[in-house]
Design a protein around this ligand. Structure first.
Ligand code: ADP
Ligand code: ZN
Length: 790
């Protein structure tokens, strides 16, 4: 074995690592150290994954070793390696997740003149511009007014200029702090300005950031400088951590655990500090899971360890986040998706250096660089939002469990409606299941009524708000209570039909009907974001009689306003979420009682705690059941159970009204009965019969191609190869058109594998290497443990 070369994972969609020779005499870098290496015409920053064991015939050299010690803690490096193996994901894409933001951002290119090679009479514009000193490529481009790349390439070949990578290491902002010294006491201020500066600083307790001292009077700077010269004020530099606003939270009471909470806490607290231990905490909505999380976090901190709290989406859980900050204080780091690059950088380092010891965030917070992790919590563990649907296609919950295992930590998966996977693991004895069966407080679960829409329609009633739902809304309005209206479909109408030829307006890029938004004026593809003004004539027969069919949240809002004109109604869905801060604003106004009725998609069903909501209406409980997805029933059951849990918290009784065309469907029936165990049994029967997870692991392969024939040929070849490898360890289904057969102008073919995970992974790797080679698998998406198979 030659220790003079290392394996490097590059932050690119490549399936392998690359071997690079180390500089003569350089120490061998540890695993996880960043190195600058040449790759094609570029230089990129990669991560050392180990010492090379077999050496290729030709190798390039490492340009520079960038770190003395790895930036990421060792368990995170192990986690990245595990991910790339488990998910067959590009190793470099997995490793970049554990680095600081911009940790592999390759630098800025800086252009300089080459030593003596440039004659003084050289009047090339680039050379002239560089005479005063090296310039970043971007600055040079600006000065030249056009792209200088080609010219620079030529100058470089001729040896007249050099291009270096300047490793821009984004740093902390330094804050200058003014401090009164003892000498200030003996000093007689000269002039009003000096007196003002001293007065301001004294009022601030003798210590304040310079910008604060100079606030709205920058002209005081001269006086400040003179006081510094005279020794009355000292300037200290302090690291300024850019802290997002979200971090301010009210300090809340710390309630005594109820009997139920105490009995689930006992085994959790006993397990903390004693190695890997996974728990599934099943607690109905309002049963007080949060308090269990907080107590467990507090004990973890007392033991000198750190904790990780994952939520499906930060914007939708402002209460939990604020409660955590209020309770645990400044050692919390909230990894919000709206953080700026600078804030993200600062939070990463706060966690890495131990200034923050609790990380809260969505999916990617599972990679928070905490050390000595003692506890990992995944709230609402059943949520599909934990799955990343682009490469690397990982599941945040599963990665969280693996991280806990690598850290020797306790992992706590919490939900009112656990995923079938987690409950299956609990029944198999892999997770210990704990139950909080009751709501806190005097109120029981809400009453649930189902309205059969078929009968309502026959009677000529409004299909959106049937009479029982309309009356219930009016009643709440009169009593000044609040209502939630769920429809898991955004937009105004679901399609535009031609009455003459029956054609539907379709996306030109995808095999999907366009959805109508903005009162029907705009047509939008929900998959590729194609947008156009709503057509006035049929694209096929030119007929002008077009009809809007189906309806989404926008239309519901309109319907509510029509029957309850005095109600204050707001909408919450993805369309709204596209506007920065809009979700927080709508939630805050609802929380403050400034909104009577909140209409929305599943976004309103998540972990909010609205004490004045006494009615939840589900406009169309069947939305999810029609999807060609093996989790359709599970999703529907979870959504209905969760949204029903939003009614009647605190001291007011709650009521739920579900409108449905299929009131006998078991997902609906069992959600009404809030009977999780019965649903689990019933649904597992289906999964076993069809060999779907968790009865059998699944790997989904999607091959994309612009040319359908080419795509079909590739899919046939890969599937044939896989069949040859199956040897009874797994089954191969397809290739077939994917349910979403065309997306962004590409045709999509699907191959589904069911069986033993390791055998499937090995076979997929082998088949894809055979067809595409070991470096890149263009147009192929491998999804191990998929959440949907669209
Ligand atoms: P879950 O997360 O299980 O849906 P929450 O944690 O939101 O439930 O708790 C529901 C309500 O009960 C919250 O308003 C919370 O403040 C309150 N609560 C929780 N634990 C206690 C307790 N031990 N004593 C009093 N109130 C509690
Ligand atoms: Zn589209």
């Amino acid at each position: 074995m030659d220790a003079r070369a290392v394996e490097v994972a590059l932050p690119l969609p490549l399936q392998c690592t690359f071997t690079y020779r180390l500089p003569e005499g350089a120490p061998v870098p540890a695993r996880g150290v960043r190195v600058l290496v040449p790759f094609g015409p570029r230089r990129v920053i990669g991560l050392v994954t180990g010492i090379a064991t077999t050496l290729p015939e030709t190798m390039k050299d490492v340009v520079e070793v960038l770190d003395e010690v790895p930036l990421a803690p060792p368990p995170l490096l192990d986690l990245a390696t595990w991910m790339s193996e488990h998910y067959l994901a590009p190793p470099g894409e997995c490793h970049r997740l554990v680095l600081p933001p911009a940790g592999v951002r390759a630098s800025r290119a800086v252009v300089r003149l080459s030593g003596g090679a440039v004659s003084p009479s050289d009047d090339d514009p680039v050379v002239s511009a560089l005479r005063a000193g090296p310039l970043p490529l971007s600055t040079l481009a600006k000065r030249m007014g056009r792209d200088p790349t080609a010219r620079i390439a030529r100058l470089r070949r001729e040896g007249r200029v050099e291009v270096d990578q300047d490793l821009a290491r984004p740093g902390f902002r330094q804050l200058r702090i003014a401090v009164l010294t003892p000498a200030a006491a003996d000093l007689k201020p000269r002039g009003r300005a000096q007196a003002e500066v001293l007065g301001r600083l004294t009022a601030a307790g003798g210590r304040a950031p310079v910008p604060h001292v100079l606030r709205d009077r920058p002209s005081l700077r001269g006086a400040l400088d003179r006081l510094v010269e005279q020794g009355a004020i000292a300037i200290e530099e302090e690291r300024a951590v850019r802290t997002p606003e979200m971090l301010e939270g009210p300090v809340k009471l710390r309630p005594e655990p109820t009997g139920d909470q105490a009995s689930v806490l006992e085994p959790i607290l006993a397990a903390l500090g004693a190695g890997f231990a996974p728990f599934l905490l099943q607690g109905v909505t309002g049963s007080g899971k949060t308090e269990v999380y907080f107590r467990a976090i507090e004990q973890t901190l007392e033991q000198g360890r750190t904790a990780l709290l994952l939520v499906p989406e930060i914007a939708l859980t402002p209460l939990l986040v604020r409660a955590a900050v209020g309770r645990l204080g400044g050692i919390v780091s909230v990894l919000h998706s709206e953080l700026s690059v600078g804030e993200r950088h600062d939070q990463w380092w706060r966690l890495r250096e131990g200034d923050a010891r609790v990380a809260i965030g969505a999916r990617s917070a599972v990679f928070a660089p905490l050390t000595e992790v003692g506890l990992v919590i995944v709230d609402e563990e059943h949520e599909a939002a934990y799955k990343q649907d682009e490469s690397p296609r990982y599941h945040g919950r599963d990665v969280a469990v693996m991280r806990a295992r690598l850290e020797g930590a306790v992992v706590l998966l919490g939900s009112a409606t656990p995923s079938l996977e987690s409950n299956h693991n609990a029944l198999a004895g892999k997770y210990r299941r704990l139950v909080l069966p009751r709501r806190i407080g005097s109120q029981g679960m809400a009453r649930v009524d189902v309205v059969d829409r078929r009968q309502a329609l026959k009677a000529g009633a409004d299909p959106i708000l049937t009479p029982p739902l309309r009356d219930a809304l009016a009643e709440r309005l009169a009593r000044k209570e609040q209502s939630l209206l769920l429809l898991n479909r955004r937009g105004y109408a679901t399609s535009l039909l031609c009455r003459e030829c029956g054609m539907q307006a379709m996306c030109p890029n995808c095999s999907v009907a366009l959805t109508l938004h903005k009162g029907g004026r705009v047509a939008l593809c929900h998959y590729c974001a194609f947008e156009t003004s709503a057509p006035r004539a049929c694209g096929s027969c030119k007929g002008e009689y077009l009809r809007l069919t189906g309806y989404g949240t926008e239309k519901v809002l309109e319907a509510v306003r029509a029957v309850l004109p005095t109600a204050r109604v707001e909408r919450l869905d993805r369309d709204l979420a596209a506007r920065r801060g809009a979700v927080a604003r709508v939630l805050a106004s609802f929380e403050a009682g400034e909104t009577d009725i909140l209409v929305g998609t599943q976004m309103i069903a998540k972990g909010h705690d609205f004490p004045r909501v006494t009615l939840v209406g589900v406009v169309d409980a069947d939305v999810g059941l029609g999807l060609p997805d093996f989790r359709a029933a599970e999703r529907t059951f979870q959504l209905l159970t969760q949204v029903a849990g939003r009614a009647g918290r605190a001291d007011l009784a709650g009521e739920v009204i579900l409108q449905s065309h299929r009131p006998d469907h078991y997902a609906l029936q069992l959600a009404c009965a809030q009977d999780y165990d019965a649903f689990f049994e019933r649904e597992m029967e289906f999964r076993r019969t069809m060999a779907y997870p968790p009865a059998a692991p699944l790997v989904n392969l999607v091959l994309r191609a612009r040319d359908p024939l080419e795509g079909a040929e590739a899919a046939d070849a890969v599937a044939a190869r896989l069949r040859g490898q199956a040897r009874g360890n797994f089954r191969v289904l397809g290739p077939a058109f994917a349910p979403l057969a065309r997306l962004r102008q590409e045709h999509r073919f699907q191959i589904l594998l069911k069986g033993r995970r390791k055998a499937m992974r090995d076979a997929v790797r082998e088949a894809l290497v055979e067809r595409y080679g070991s470096v890149r698998w263009p147009g192929v998406a491998v999804d191990v443990d998929p959440v949907t198979i669209m």
